[in-house]
Design a protein around this ligand. Structure first.
Ligand code: SF4
Length: 351
């Protein structure tokens, strides 16, 4: 009977030293192994060519590395690269590389599927299968960084947790992953370059404040009155706008970090001047800026893209109210780069 092996990347350096201590290997080996795992992103113990053979064998017999791999890759006309990643247990998650002149941004996932079922989101149509581990979160960054350097000769500059899943419902693994992405023992990226986007879990926004988070926080708002927001985001029933505003005021008091509100603008749903007025009122409650995001139409036509003149009038209204608002044009439209769409195509494998 074969004994089950332990995922070696579940351990931080101290825990790994304790684990490896059981085998009486010299202490410095743990550091070397850790370096291979997190700096060089080794996918097998055999690659660790500065370790003696007996240690490699010992590792192979007792531990395993469970990386995600790129299963499918689509390149948009605008250079956006969308990947379907396969986990070791054969589930699909998605990640996107968004190259612009100034930035190389990775959009990564935090869960396989999502339990929140926002009505405009393709991922919301997939049930949540499980949370991603911290190492699977880091792996997406490593793979997308490889795509950036291979295709554009540039490294990643920014990371947004805006792919599949609600990151605040996988808080501990997401934070562990971010520690690894920002740590000098890991990828060494600045936390200021990382944005976590939430559908709005007020309790966890407060927790981020208590934990003195150094990353940026964005709220997927999409409507600034409760009736409308609850229509498209069921989570609003337990976390209404007042509660969210209070949680964000608390978060700001702890971190002094400005919030971002994401607002997908849909035709005849949330693109009127009354909607802009609601949004301006909400924004004034906490130091913030707004990203107005053009809707990327899916096959499932419950929503439509707002016409350009409506979007322009909406933004003009906000600007007159002294709200900082920018329009983000959709990227990767020809390859279904909207949240959840690629994995939806692979959904047979998600079952
Ligand atoms: S928008 Fe985000 S929170 Fe809502 S269903 Fe999609 S992935 Fe989940």
């Amino acid at each position: 009977m074969t004994e089950s092996k332990t995922d070696i990347r579940l351990f931080n350096l101290g825990q790994l030293q304790a684990q490896l201590g059981k085998y009486n290997w010299p202490k410095f080996r743990a550091k070397q192994i850790y370096h291979w795992l997190w700096k060089k992103h080794a996918r097998s113990f055999g690659e660790m060519n500065n370790l003696p053979k007996d240690i490699i064998e010992g590792l192979e017999n007792n531990f395993e590395i469970l990386p995600i791999r790129v299963k499918d890759e689509q390149v948009s006309d605008d250079g956006t690269i969308k990947s379907a990643f396969e986990t070791a247990d054969k589930k699909i998650v998605e990640g996107v590389l968004i190259p612009t002149e100034k930035r190389m941004t990775a959009c990564i996932s935090s869960q396989i599927g999502c339990s929140l079922a926002c009505s405009f989101c393709a991922t919301g149509k997939l049930k949540r299968l499980r949370n991603l581990t911290a190492s699977e979160i880091v792996d997406q960054v490593v793979e997308i960084n490889n795509q950036a350097t291979t295709n554009y000769k540039k490294s990643l500059t920014n990371i947004v947790l805006m792919g599949m899943g609600e990151p605040l419902l996988n808080y501990s693994e997401v934070m562990k992953g971010i520690d690894m992405i920002t740590s000098e023992d890991g990828l060494g990226m600045s936390p200021r370059r990382i944005t976590l986007s939430t559908a709005g879990i007020s309790k966890m926004i407060r927790k981020m404040g208590d934990d003195m988070s150094r990353i940026n926080l964005a709220l997927s708002l999409h409507a600034a009155n409760d009736e409308k927001r609850s229509k498209i985001m069921a989570i609003n029933d337990q976390n209404n706008l007042d509660e969210l505003a209070e949680a964000m005021i608390y978060y700001y008091s702890k971190t002094k970090q400005m919030l971002t509100f994401e607002y997908i603008i849909f035709r005849d749903f949330n693109d009127s001047l009354d909607d802009a007025r609601d949004l301006a009122r909400f924004c004034k409650r906490v130091p913030s800026k707004v990203n107005i995001i053009e809707y990327n139409s899916t096959d499932d036509e419950q929503f439509a893209k707002s016409p350009e003149d409506r979007v322009d009038a909406f933004v003009e209204f906000l600007t007159k109210q002294k709200i900082v608002a920018k329009v983000r044009r959709s990227r990767g439209q020809d390859i279904d780069a909207a949240c959840g769409q690629l994995a939806n195509k692979n959904k047979a494998e998600l079952k």
